[in-house]
Design a protein. Structure first.
Length: 292
């Protein structure tokens, strides 16, 4: 446990050494903190005052108000909850299903690999937005349905990465040693191979989080996502576009927060990929040098 925490701390320090990744981590930390502590703030996303509808940003309402007089800042803060819950829930579902599929396909090979990966290819061939809309039509319009739809759409990415990692690691000496000592397939896959394949899976989780937030916002923008009055960044964009001339801040400010959130996840994912590629290059160079 202490070694894991130490490695995590080292990784954070290396990320903060990169300006873009550091700014992204700070921004996402602020977004997550305000979303978690939203109930402690003097903000009510559902309070209406039609007399104050479509007001411009002011000291009383920093982001202005919508067509029902609701505070846009309050709805942006609570909309962060919707987006982050959808993102992390989707990542959990995709990893929970996709990683075991990829491990089994890469470990066993033969017809099981072909069958599992053809199923993954079917999911991969379906356009994410259309698949999510079809699933929501079956399950009904709710945050849970949006979360499940986005999660299922993310399964192929985890499955393919896990399979590639297993195929790269399964013939290495430490895996063959565990197999030689009688380790079961489950033990080898989840206790031996998976811990050594976590790095690309973590990067995939971060990338999927940004995709999930974008997809949830797109569903809400199309009118099939989280139903109102639940705050959603995509719903605010959908409604705010009708008032661009009367109150441009209605759509622009939630759109800026949405864009920065997605960009932050993407920046962190790219930084992690660069760090991991650098580590692998150093390890390969050390190995070659040792052999020489």
């Amino acid at each position: 446990m202490s070694e894991t925490l130490a490695a995590f701390g080292t990784l954070l320090r290396r990320l903060f050494a990169r300006r873009g990744a550091a700014l992204s981590l700070i921004f996402l930390g602020l977004v997550a903190l305000t979303a978690i502590c939203a109930g402690l703030l003097p903000l009510d996303p559902l309070a209406q005052n039609v007399a104050d509808s479509l007001k411009s940003p002011s000291a009383e309402s920093w982001f202005g108000t919508d067509e029902l007089g609701r505070d846009i800042l309050a709805r942006v803060v609570y909309g962060a909850r919707t987006s982050l819950v959808t993102a992390f829930g989707a990542v959990f579902i995709a990893a929970l299903v996709g990683v075991p599929i990829g491990l089994a396909a890469g470990f066993y090979g033969d017809w099981r690999d072909s069958l599992l990966m053809r199923c993954i290819d079917v999911l991969l061939a379906l356009p994410n937005i259309l698949f999510a809309m079809a699933l929501i039509a079956v399950l009904g319009r709710s945050q849970g349905a949006a979360l499940i739809a986005v999660g299922i759409a993310g399964i192929p990415g985890f499955a393919r990465i896990a399979r590639a990692q297993v195929m790269a690691l399964r013939q290495l000496d430490f895996v063959m040693a565990v197999r030689g000592f009688g380790g079961s397939p489950g033990y080898i896959m989840f206790k031996t191979i998976l811990p050594n394949a976590l790095s690309p899976l973590v990067v995939q989780a971060i990338v999927l989080a940004s995709v999930a937030i974008l997809l949830e916002a797109a569903l809400a923008f199309l009118g099939v996502g989280v139903p109102p009055p639940t705050p959603s960044w995509g719903e605010m964009l959908r409604t705010g576009k009708s008032y661009l001339y009367e109150a441009p801040s209605y759509a622009v400010l939630p759109g800026v927060v949405l864009t920065l959130t997605i960009l932050s996840f993407d920046t962190i994912g790219r930084a992690l990929t660069a760090l991991l590629d650098h580590d692998e290059t150093d390890a390969s160079g050390a190995t070659v040098g040792g052999r020489r």
